[in-house]
Design a binder for this molecule. Sequence first.
Ligand code: Z16
Length: 816
Amino acid sequence: MTPKQQHAFDKSAFKISMVQHLTQLGHAPETAQQRDWYLALGRALAEHTTGDLVATENDQAIKQAKSVNYLSLEFLIGRLTGNNLISMGLYDVIAEAVGELGLGLTDLLEQERDPSLGNGGLGRLAACFMDSLAAQQYPAVGYGLHYEYGLFRQSFDQGAQQEAPDAWREPEGYPWEVVRPDLTQTIGFYGHVEVVEEAGHTYRQWVPSLKIQAMPWDLPIVGYQSNTVYPLRLWEGRALTPFALDAFNAGEYTHAQQADIDAGNLTKVLYPNDNHDAGKTLRLMQQYFHSAASVGDILRRHLEAGHALAALPEYETIQLNDTHPTIAIPELMRVLLDDYRLGWDEAWAIASRTFAYTNHTLLPEALETWSESLMAELLPRHMEIIFEINHRFLQDVEQKWPGDVRKQQVLSVIDDQGERMVRMANLCVIGSYAVNGVAALHSQLVKRDLFPEFDALYPGRIQNVTNGITPRRWLKFCNPDLSNLISEKIGEQWPAQLEQLEQVAQYADDADFQKTFMAVKKRNKQRLADWVKSNLDITLNTDAIFDVQIKRLHEYKRQHLNLLHVISLYQRLLNEPNFDMAPRVVFFAAKAAPGYELAKSIIFAINKVAETINNDPRVGDKLKVVFIPDYRVSMAEIIIPAADVSEQISMAGKEASGTGNMKMALNGALTIGTMDGANVEIREEVGDDNIYIFGLDVDGVTELRQKGYQPETAYQNQPLLKAALDSLLDETFTPGQPGLLRPVFDSVMTSGDPYLCLADFADYVRAHNDIDRDYRDMSQWARKAILNTALVGKFSSDRSIRDYVNNIWQLKAIKR
Ligand code: Z16
């Protein structure tokens, strides 16, 4: 909403609308509960955004312009109501309106469940990117899946993770979504390929034996302070009517059922893996379903706007968020070849100028491959097309490097060492006009270590776009006090122009500003402490350092290195009479993939250590450990503004970027981190004095491995480390049950410590000592914290999107 429209906003009409929606929900104002009012509020607001969504969709200027289609299996959007109120510029007037109805806006907003349609960084990035596309009015559609259940909800039973289904829409439905049944498509699976002859030409035609309907639900992505609303279009799998099932070849339908899959299952649940490829058939079906429905919708829009098929790359670009939607490449080829009957070269000229691919990881276990036999069974025509793409590609390789069998082997889409597998990343690089990593270091490693031969074959194709975060949700909305303080000093443009935060740096040495800044931090810490008191019944000291590690639980992220540090602090408090430390609260929040045993063991160990320390009267409030259950976007919104210290401690070379690191720095936390991912660029921006870097860098890791790494050496030579590790084996943290924490001990001592925790331990402790020393000088600490907020403007996702627009997509903003 523009300032002019805001002025025109009719508060009393809105109140009437809310009461009408309440009535439609079957409630009377006198007896309605908070939740009923929240739903009425959401529906009343959605009326406005749906109107703007439809108007944006029908905008001629947009139809005639180029759009980006962001294809992602995950969009971790978080709650929409508060955020949309900020974007619509209606937060204050709606707070008034609901106040006049005798309600509190913040209470109502607390009623909303998070749509957790993603695992972690990759899904949240997609959500930030949609926000920035709408804010800057670059024409865009987000395409995802309408999971009935999002990421599981987490609780602890005596310290062990329990998973429960996340029924995010139940029971009343989600007020912001709009179903679009007219845009339903039919998606095929299995079956066979037929040859058809027409006018002297032969064509190939896929005859699927299983068909599932794809029906879209749109969520409104509201542009900050504009009328632009783009759709996040989520496909739901639905059974065809029994009538249509009659048409199936009986034998093949039975065959499809053997896979024990039916339409109702297809979009039931999000796969809960972050950075891990589980290789399940149903997951490949989800991927194809998502790709086929999205490609179909993109082509529909393109043709309905009156454009020629051959002009597709001039009007539409398709960004593949990791390899999850790779199958969209052969799907577009199939439609062009078999349905529109273009020749191969014509079709390839279109497809290979339409797709671009973002790589988010170098971890081998996360690089997707699908068995050739599974793919040939589920998608027989696509497998033929992949073979043809690969055949022609290998001819190019032969041209460039005649007779080089090794190059053919590493570049081929098919891995034929053992069971033949389709390498999705190779297919992406071959079928895309641009490939990017997500932070400067990561993109370098993509070129140097992952795809050196592709980089030589296609110079310039592999680029960098450093990730970013939306300053609307991650500062303006989640940290209103700091936002107001900033606006008082530098005006109100910064949420749309984050580089302007730089002007805050001039106040870094101003004693009054330091005091106010730290008072805001303290209030945010109190808000978190209150949450912890009422939900976990732990009392926290808000003068303590709030030391925060919040991210998925993964061995490479090294939550267990943090844990070893916590244990050593505990032991020093007990054993060293002269040991002095600033009080600390160490926060963890993390979900472990349900099948990831070591990750679950680490969670269990942290909970056991926390229980012991928090109940040991000798420790008092010098040290507390808090594991916040069920980490999710709405929880992050409470934790991040309260952080003093941000833990970004992955082994160098393993974290592609990180984005939580950016959120905490923006909210005035100081990073303790390795030279990994975007930490490297955060350091460049804030300067060495305002960040705590420790540990081996990428070259250091390589050297140590070459020398031959022995975790045993660190264990024997560092008494503090040895004592911390030994305590995992005795009864210190598991009274009466020694050995329960052995899996964590074993991961570093008998499994070779693959992520070098013990090698980095001493320097990690050193960096924490520096933090302890610096925190005691409140003025110096405030200075560093202020400079973090002031100097991380680069990490706005608005900048990331402009990088994509200028270096890859070539879009023009269409202002409405
Ligand atoms: C994911 O969240 C990420 C990578 C990946 O291959 C799969 C998933 Cl589900 C993360 C990276 O680990 C993280 O470093 C990065 O910041 C994030 O993607 C966004 O790029």
